[in-house]
Design a protein around this ligand. Structure first.
Ligand SMILES: [Zn+2]
Length: 446
């Protein structure tokens, strides 16, 4: 039995069912689970002082393409709209292989961990040169983050009228076979799971209608979740209406892509009927505000979604459309964007943090994560509010207004992943060096 006691936090934002905020509180972790929350708790194990700190549940990232940390700020893609941006990046991604997938995942996940993330999804939809989903799973296991990788796919290449080059698409039968392989090898359906696999064709315009339907059937057969991009921008809606004769929400519903086991990235352009459909069917949304700004896609109707009862989580999206992968900065931007469109009372700092914690956990089907309560997983972020950015704050617990954007300490399943502001589980300096070498090698070979 191993115990860690987080002692004397200034404030614990529990995000539990009553949204309790506890002053001067302790949290006792036992074998990766929260055993007690209260005052004057004791342990014979390790004690971690949280005096001068705000403690929150670890943040949850519901949408990412980790491999894209190797293509941040590519000059030809800096100012392009979505489709033009993809066309610039595909030839670069076609040069990736297993090592690129592994190292870029370590970088992306480490960046997330330093910004308070304990559980991340990933959407990997291209597999050039022998790359496999397993490469990213190995990276997450080494770092110690809870990981929901999804087996993405593209099957419609340029010669079939699609966007990606033929070298980056796969045969649909091979895609489904590999989905079964990675689920059988890595998916853990149990409570406290550190790895859960999902199925995630890249978008409705990069695979066939048949594959969308088959993927949904396979996911239900295997008891795993479904994920894709949906209704991202105006081009996306126009494509759906021109090619499928309906809006994205209708297309998703027709193919079995609604329900509590489905979450869609972006959903910037959902209309009122689609929001009702998502609320009724408990279909989740991964809201990616920075990516939506960067690509000029628009402001997702998060206030309307939340009011209707749509499960909403937060996503940093891939680093080629965000460049940064800072989950707490993303939460702050989600709050600000709703205010841009709906006024200053449209979303509070605490509600945005709720979306980033229990909101994301619920979208990913993880009621055992995203809140601090007895019996929940010990995924915990400790934020030092004694620094310059919090100085003069009358409410340090309103973290998204003036708080730090980097954690002091981070625990996942009770294991310390960040200690005193540094990654504790791997030599991050060496990984950064390797990542920069790989990026240079690819740039030279182009
Ligand atoms: Zn994306």
């Amino acid at each position: 039995m191993s115990e860690i006691l987080i002692k004397n936090a200034d404030t614990v934002l529990t995000m539990d069912d009553a949204r309790r905020e506890l002053a001067g509180a302790d949290i006792l972790i036992r074998d990766g689970v929260i055993a007690e929350i209260g005052q004057k708790l004791c342990t014979s194990g390790t004690v971690q002082s949280a005096s001068g700190c705000v403690v929150t549940p670890g943040l949850v990232n519901t949408h990412h393409h980790l491999y894209q940390t190797l293509t941040r700020a590519v000059p030809g893609g800096q100012d392009a709209l979505l489709f033009g941006w993809l066309k610039t990046l595909y030839p670069i991604w076609a040069r990736f292989g297993p090592e690129e997938m592994f190292v870029s995942a370590q970088i992306g996940l480490a960046e997330l961990a330093l910004s308070g993330c304990t559980l991340s999804s990933d959407h990997l939809y291209l597999y050039p040169n022998g790359a496999r989903l397993d490469d990213t799973i190995a990276a997450a296991a080494e770092l110690g983050l809870r990981f929901h990788p999804t087996r993405g796919a593209m099957s419609i290449g340029e010669s079939d009228g699609g966007l990606p080059p033929d070298s980056l698409v796969e045969r649909e039968a091979a895609i489904l076979e590999d989905c079964i392989r990675v689920i059988d090898a890595h998916h853990d359906a149990g409570e406290g799971a550190m790895c859960r696999v999902g199925i995630a064709p890249c978008s409705p315009f990069s695979v066939s209608r048949d594959l969308m339907r088959e993927a949904a059937l396979l996911a239900r057969d295997k008891g795993v979740m479904l994920h894709t991009h949906l209704a991202e921008n105006d081009e996306d809606i126009a494509y759906s209406e021109a090619n499928f004769g309906c809006r994205p929400g209708q297309y998703a519903e027709d193919l079995g892509w609604t329900g509590p086991d489905v979450w869609h990235a972006h959903c910037v352009k959902l209309d009122g009927e689609e929001i009702d459909l998502f609320a009724r069917s408990r279909t989740g949304v991964a809201h990616c505000p920075c990516s939506n700004c960067r690509l000029g896609s628009g402001i997702a109707p998060v206030r309307a979604m939340r009011d209707a009862g749509v499960p909403v989580g937060l996503g940093v999206d891939g680093s080629a459309s965000n460049d940064a992968g800072n989950i707490i900065a993303e939460a702050r931007l989600s709050m600000l964007l709703q205010r841009v469109s709906r006024g200053a009372d449209a979303m509070s700092a605490r509600e945005a943090l709720e979306i980033a914690t229990r909101g994301g956990a619920d979208v990913l089907g993880r009621p055992d994560c995203g809140r601090l309560a007895v019996g929940k997983r010990a995924d915990i972020a400790i934020w030092d509010t004694t620094g310059v950015e919090s100085a003069g704050s009358w409410d340090p617990a309103a973290l998204l207004l003036a708080g730090p954007t980097r954690v002091r300490d981070l625990f996942v399943e009770g294991r310390q992943v960040v200690a005193d502001g540094q990654i504790a589980t791997l030599d991050l300096t060496a990984v950064i060096r390797r990542q920069n070498t790989l990026a240079k090698q690819i740039a030279v070979a182009l």
